[in-house]
Write a protein that binds this ligand. Structure first.
Ligand code: BGC
Length: 719
């Protein structure tokens, strides 16, 4: 079928208007589970099989047939017209709706999810998801396959920009609220990649080797928290192996932990090509093979007929899919008709999110805010800051309006740029100043321009994408030399980082200011200019530690990177997760007595805050403290509460157990009560196979960052 014929058939599929009066499952008063069972009772074996796999790899390749009702997203599962069940149209949408050819001419590029996690603001995460949900609906999709929550165990991981940082509570809370925002638009969502897909190097062949306790208190805890908040329709199992067994056929992960312990009611879909077997995967808990039918098409049908996979298990797969469709509302309120998305609303939301996501890391001698009325000259240097801002690549890549703003780019593997020009918006703020741009490709020329200006702003970037990691924390393309040259030429140098994750900064002592802007999205330059000139205050704090160098990491060299690049034939290898165990990020630094470059939870603002009066209730459910704005302007402070568990935990580090974002007028004080997450206060007891609180004394600490916790209180957990 041509794509035009397919489009026509999608617009008015006659068979999608069946007689609803004969379909008791269309009764909205029944529970999603009951409705699913009523449908399953009517389904033939072929129909049951049809729902548990996709049609094939991306359907818009030249020469391929387009299945009716497919929306040309990353995945499509045909529905069952005679029963009124629509197809499942899945779209990648980690940081905005991904390139999706026919339906995806424009989508809002949001700041990276790692950037959004820097807001520590669950409402911002919800807004983030709402934008994605709104636009998916407008385009006719009914499922988002964004929702990445793999924690930052490997800061050089190419996909960290799609995730929400190194801490299970922060990452789980932000991703859960994001997906809640998507699903509030009556769409289905998922969380991914379950689990331990924390590096891209060898992602289809490595085994993450980790003991159960560490697993439950780190990566899996982030999933547990996100799932508990969002109740997502799907969980996407990952490509890698876990304790030598592929994640998508790992009974412990999929059934024991996810479905039984977490009580997950939705369905497990495999990452694209991540299914490796029929019977083993089906019995382990995989519910849907994506994107094709190699194992869950005819082979699954035969396995069911032969009794190797019980019919009850196939029914369970279908039940999970159908109950999620009913629960999300995609059957009662399908995303039709299509509309043109509202790019203006999306851009405004993206700007607001970017304002809350950029982190002020250094601001000596009040370099910032720049004074619009008095500044005479600014040298703007590097990272195509004259035309736009970079975006993350891979399956999170959003289409840039007008095409890549920098054309083919100067370097292989350079990011795709979006037309949000820092030069333009900085000029708007200081129309009387002389503001010149230098591309930064020749450090000497850049330094010459910097020397003539009152302030030099150097933009540096770190392109990141799925399928590859950065081999080191160093900035690529000699950008360290560029910063050093500019800083030597101008004492008032500000560095703006446009990075996917943490980077090393050998020039840190030579520059006066540093802003981490991440991949800031389509409203990024406007947000940055507003922050630099002080129209908006910085409030964000780091969701990841910034190490000084690669040697501080559990794996100074990315596990497997030499083996996988040296050999063309895949060789299985192990990544020793037990080295850090549950001590990921700031916990690792504390345990090893290492001082990072910038600690987790750190971020400056134009005002200042004081903390006092910490108390904790007898049972350790809440902590109460006072935060006061001691500065001259209004701001929002992210207050953090940590716990050190009783000695019996064996832990020599603290854990984040609660946080709150408090808005304060100058001089204002607020007494806030922060709920303490019970799971974060628990350990996993392997013998009892459960999360529990150890008896003993818990020290509760509070303050502005993981490295600055001036307040202390405690509570005792009885036996
Ligand atoms: C990625 C997933 C993505 C899928 C579909 C895979 O390569 O790992 O995150 O959703 O492709 O595009």
């Amino acid at each position: 079928m041509s794509i035009f014929a397919a489009f026509a058939s999608m617009a008015a599929p006659a068979s999608m208007h069946p007689d609803v009066s004969k379909m008791p499952w269309m009764n909205k008063a029944l529970s999603p589970d009951r409705r699913a069972d009523l449908v399953i009772a009517q389904m033939t074996l072929d129909e049951k099989i049809q729902l548990v796999h996709g049609t094939h790899w991306i359907v818009h390749r030249d020469g391929q047939d387009v299945p009716a009702h497919s929306n040309y997203g990353a995945g499509f599962v045909p529905g069952i017209d005679r029963l009124g069940i629509p197809g499942i149209n899945m779209a990648d949408s980690a940081v905005g709706v991904r390139v999706s050819t026919f339906q995806g001419r424009y989508a809002t590029l949001l700041p990276s999810t790692l950037g959004a996690a820097s807001s520590w603001n669950p409402q911002a995460a919800f807004l983030y998801g709402s934008v994605i949900g709104r636009e998916l609906r407008a385009m006719g999709f009914n499922m988002s396959i964004g929702g990445g929550v793999d924690i930052t165990r490997e800061p050089r991981n190419g996909r960290n920009f799609e995730y929400a940082g190194e801490d299970p509570l922060l990452a789980g809370t932000m991703t859960g609220n994001l997906m809640k925002g998507v699903q509030a638009q009556h769409l289905m969502g998922d969380v991914k990649h379950y689990a331990f897909n924390d590096q891209e190097t060898g992602r289809t062949i490595y085994s993450a080797d980790i003991n159960k306790r560490a697993a439950r208190e780190s990566d899996l805890l982030a999933f547990q928290i996100a799932i508990g908040i969002a109740h997502p329709s799907g969980v996407m199992c990952s490509y890698n192996r876990v304790n030598t067994v592929y994640a998508c056929e790992n009974h412990w992960l999929l059934t024991d932990v996810l479905k039984k312990d977490f009580g997950f009611k939705g369905w497990v879909l495999s990452d694209w090509g991540g299914t490796h077997s029929t019977v083993k995967a089906a019995l382990a808990g995989l519910d849907q093979e994506m994107p094709s039918d190699k194992y869950f098409g005819e082979p699954l049908k035969q396995a069911v007929l032969a009794g190797k996979v019980p019919m009850s298990r196939l029914d369970d797969m279908d039940h999970r899919i159908l109950r999620s469709m009913f629960a999300a509302g995609v059957i009662d309120d399908p995303p039709t008709p299509r509309t043109v998305i509202n790019p203006f609303r999306g851009r405004d939301d993206a700007q607001q999110l970017a304002e809350e996501s950029m982190v002020l890391l250094k601001n000596e001698a009040h370099l910032l805010p720049l004074q619009a009325s008095s500044i005479r000259s600014i040298a703007l240097i590097g990272s195509h800051a004259d035309v736009g801002v970079p975006s993350g690549g891979g399956s999170a890549q959003v289409n840039a309006p007008g095409g890549n703003a920098i054309g083919p780019g100067a370097h292989a593997g350079e990011s795709i740029y979006f037309p949000s020009s820092p030069l333009k918006y900085i000029r708007e703020h200081a129309p009387a100043a002389k503001i010149d741009f230098n591309p930064g490709t020749d450090p000497a020329a850049a330094a010459a321009l910097a020397r003539t200006a009152q302030v030099a702003i150097v933009f540096v970037n770190q392109p990141m994408q799925e399928g590859m990691d950065r081999p080191t924390l160093a900035l690529p393309h000699d950008q360290d030399a560029l910063v050093a040259a500019v800083a030597a030429a101008n004492p008032h140098t500000l560095v703006v980082l446009e990075t996917g994750g943490p980077v090393a900064m050998p020039w840190i002592d030579k520059v006066q200011g540093i802003v981490e802007a991440w991949y800031p999205g389509i409203g990024g330059a406007q947000a940055l200019a507003d922050l630099l000139f002080g129209n908006v205050d910085f409030s964000a704090k780091l969701p990841v530690s910034f190490p000084r160098n690669d040697n501080q990491l559990p794996h100074p060299e990315i596990a497997g990177i030499t083996a996988t690049t040296a050999s063309k034939t895949p060789v299985f290898f192990d990544v020793d997760y037990n080295k850090a165990g549950a001590a990921v990020g700031y916990k690792w630094f504390e345990m090893k007595h290492l001082k990072p470059l910038f600690p987790f939870g750190f971020g400056l603002s134009y005002t200042s805050y004081a903390y006092s009066g910490l108390t904790v209730d007898r049972d350790g459910h809440t902590a109460t403290l006072t935060v006061r704005n001691t500065g001259q302007r209004a701001g929002a402070e992210i207050a953090q509460v940590y716990a050190v568990l009783p000695k019996a935990s064996g832990e020599t580090y603290k854990r984040l157990v609660g946080f709150d974002r408090v808005e304060l007028a100058p001089g204002e004080s607020k007494r806030i009560t922060v709920p303490l997450n019970s799971l974060c206060l628990s350990v996993y007891d392997t013998a009892k196979d459960t999360m529990l609180r150890l008896p003993g004394t818990y020290t509760i600490l509070a303050g502005p960052s993981s490295a600055d916790t001036p307040l202390r209180a405690s509570f005792v957990q009885a036996h």
